[in-house]
Design a protein around this ligand. Structure first.
Ligand code: DC
Length: 231
């Protein structure tokens, strides 16, 4: 059976996960949030008391990291050594650790096969930073999703408010800018658009507008590749 891969890359806070999940649901594909893998490695490094900026220290820990994704009732769960850490990896501190450990090429190599295996086994919508460029360079559909830093900061604030962990706008914006800079400037698989990716800017859009735009784009791309969507 031919599997289909939809790769969605872009900076943090562009609505990637919500939108990728909606696309996966529309087409009946598995949604894979690869950021969760980097976050889980980050949590592991923090729990081990290691410095996430120290490439050698992080690399030395990797053979002991039991990191995987599981799917329960269609929902992705992040698993660290048998423990469901899906909630623990969502704190601002976990975000910083994830961004730092993801800069090390050893961490990227460590997580590569886990991601590729998922895409070999079933049709996926995979979101991340380097899916279209490194992880699944042969993905049939590639999307680069972005929005202005200010727009992303506003959305992130609403999300944090909703979770009962509010943070001031200026802090959220500074955090986003810092993470963007790190994700874009790192030597190992920096965030960049694959040459054959469709560029979608969601600045100013409502979630519904972005969802419609993305689903239309994926349909169009699949049609252009001769892939039938099963509606
Ligand atoms: O998408 P996210 O915010 O959950 O990702 C957390 C961090 O992991 C982010 O700083 C970038 C990094 N990441 C990455 O380098 N490559 C991916 N494919 C996914 C995430």
């Amino acid at each position: 059976m031919q599997t289909i891969a939809v790769a969605i890359d872009g900076p943090s806070g562009a609505g990637k996960s919500t939108l990728a999940r909606a696309v996966a649901q529309e087409f009946g594909f598995l949604y894979v949030d690869t950021g969760a893998l980097y976050r889980t490695v980050g949590l592991f490094v923090r729990r081990c008391g290691a410095d996430p900026d120290d490439a050698a220290a992080v690399e030395a820990l990797l053979p002991r990291a039991r990191v995987s994704l599981a799917y329960r009732d269609g929902e992705q769960r992040a698993i660290l050594d048998g423990e469901d850490v899906s909630a623990a990896i969502r704190t601002p501190e976990a975000s910083r650790y994830a961004s730092k450990v993801s800069a090390h090429s050893a961490v990227r190599a460590f997580l590569l096969e886990t991601q590729r295996r998922l895409a070999r086994e079933q049709s996926v919508v995979m979101d991340g930073r380097d899916i279209g460029t490194v992880v699944l360079p042969d993905a049939q559909v590639k999307i680069f999703l972005h929005a202005s830093a200010e727009d992303r900061a506003r959305r992130r604030m609403l999300e944090l408010d909703g979770r009962g962990t509010p943070q001031p706008y200026e802090e959220v914006l500074a955090d986003i800018r810092e993470r963007d800079a790190r994700d874009e400037s790192r030597a190992a698989a920096p965030l960049r658009r694959a040459p054959d990716a469709v560029d979608l800017d969601t600045t100013g859009n409502t979630l519904e507008q972005s969802k419609k735009l993305l689903i239309e784009t994926v349909k169009e791309r699949m049609g252009a590749c001769g892939i039938e969507s099963h509606e």
